[in-house]
Write a protein that binds this ligand. Structure first.
Ligand code: UD1
Length: 423
């Protein structure tokens, strides 16, 4: 186990470049298998989940290689397996995209039941319903989910919940289905649009990604030779913006798409933080004294659930009582106990975090439960005076590229240590 030792209390200052979006990369890498040749992906974040996705690609006979400088080449000419058996695959939630991609290619596929963050029940019923509507029989047993179809045929899929994963998986599976597939009530997250853009660059016929209705007209093949640059990571950008605000720092977050950050920017400004958007950057600086605000997380363009814990860490110090109502994940609140070790003054009432406000965060010894909880603890430790230890940071490495290096470049006193503080 690894940890961070953070000496907090100093404002972050300077510029930070955001990496490519984890959740887009995790969909685009399996989608890349569908062209039967080579593609080059740019702006790929070098994070644990992406390494797992690359490992799965390699275990299937195709080749995924990090070429340096944020580039990855994926060559699917040798793809020969329709079953993901690689043991690491079960550790990553987004391995479900291999089910859609391999079923589209081979008419059958199986994957280990996906794992991922422990933030609440993570059913796959909508993925199953979607693939089933296209004609696949999906079964589960012995820790694997399998799909089989004589042929996939386009159909209308209505999603009862705006699920990001189900939207993307059905979109991927529909690329080679006969006729037209429509997805009603789809998720509109930026990575849904990015995956659709990538598939379209390879010759897929997809319209409406990012709107209330996605239409996929089946094609018989995709072409290789595409070079595609992945969008910036909205959650990483938001984490740096919130960290800057929590430390009363002044930070320019570079290589972002400010439009993707609108809900966070609006809420930070409402709380009194100065936020200024450029073409592809956002500057965050201290404004008036932090005020309490109320947030509800919801699908894009609503406030992202993946920025909920970080925002709690910020609002702990605001004047007055704030609330964050969680609209996506039941167990998003696992961060509360650890943040309260820093005297954050947060309680949970049903699906709402109630943040007392006015806290002076204190340095503490805390443990990471999940990826975004870990980000919140780092923010808390940066804001608290004194030396904090954040233990078990592996979940953070799943989603943030070199977070300690980027924070250190902003002036943070942060050091990666082995468990128990040994270097
Ligand atoms: C993705 C993101 C994750 C983010 C989440 C919500 C990836 C790899 N992960 O997760 O970081 O927190 O979107 O923005 O992109 N649901 C069902 N049945 C299903 C699928 C989902 O009921 O078949 C429910 C879930 O329990 C949850 C809601 O739908 O309450 C949203 O889940 P979904 O959008 O699918 O999340 P993920 O794709 O797993």
């Amino acid at each position: 186990m690894a940890g961070f030792v953070i000496k907090g209390g100093a404002p972050l200052k300077g510029e930070v470049r955001v990496s490519g979006a984890k959740n887009a990369a995790l969909a685009i890498i399996p989608a890349a298998l569908m062209c039967g040749g080579k593609v080059v992906l740019e702006n790929i974040p070098r994070i644990r989940d992406v390494e797992i996705a690359a490992g799965i690609v390699n275990s299937l006979g195709a080749k995924a290689r990090f070429d340096g400088g944020g580039r990855m080449s994926v060559d699917s000419s040798g793809l020969c397996e329709d079953a993901v058996r690689w043991s690491e695959a079960g550790k990553m939630r987004a391995s479900y995209y291999f089910l859609g991609a391999l079923t589209a290619l081979f008419g059958k596929a199986s994957i280990p039941v996906p794992g991922g963050c422990k933030i609440g029940p993570r059913p796959l019923d909508l993925h199953v319903k979607g693939l089933g509507t296209l004609g696949a029989k999906v079964t589960q047993g012995d820790g694997f989910i399998s799909a089989a179809a004589e042929r996939l045929v386009g159909s209308n899929v209505y999603l009862d919940i705006m699920s990001v994963g189900a939207t993307i998986n059905i979109m991927i599976a529909a690329v080679f289905a006969e006729g037209t597939t429509t997805i009603e009530n789809p998720a509109k997250e930026p990575h849904v649009v990015d995956t659709a853009n990538f598939l379209s660059a390879m010759g897929a016929d997809i319209k409406g990604a990012g709107t209330d209705l996605i239409k996929v007209r089946g094609v018989s093949r995709l072409h290789d030779g595409v070079t595609y640059s992945i969008i910036p990571d909205q959650v990483e950008a938001g984490t740096f913006m919130t960290a800057a605000a929590a430390t009363h720092g002044e930070v320019v977050v570079r290589e972002v798409i400010p439009k993707h950050m609108e809900s966070l920017s609006a809420k930070l400004m409402e709380a009194g933080v100065e936020v200024e958007a450029g073409d592809d950057s956002i500057r965050v600086a201290p404004g008036r004294a932090l005020q309490a605000i109320h947030i509800k997380t919801s699908p894009y363009p609503g406030f992202p659930t993946d920025l909920h814990p970080q925002m709690s860490a910020l609002l702990a110090a605001a004047e007055g009582r704030s609330t964050i109502t969680e609209g996506i994940w039941e167990k998003r609140f696992q961060y509360v106990r650890e943040l309260n070790r820093m005297e954050a003054g947060i309680s949970v009432e049903g699906s709402m975090a109630v943040i007392r406000g006015g806290a002076k965060l204190a340095a503490a010894n805390v443990a990471v439960h999940d990826l975004r909880a870990g980000a919140a603890l780092i923010i808390g430790a940066l804001a608290a005076k004194g030396v904090s230890r954040v233990r078990g940071v592996e979940p953070i490495d799943r989603g943030y590229e070199g977070i300690e290096t980027k924070l250190a470049a902003l002036g943070a006193d942060i050091e990666r240590v082995r468990d128990k503080g040994d270097k």
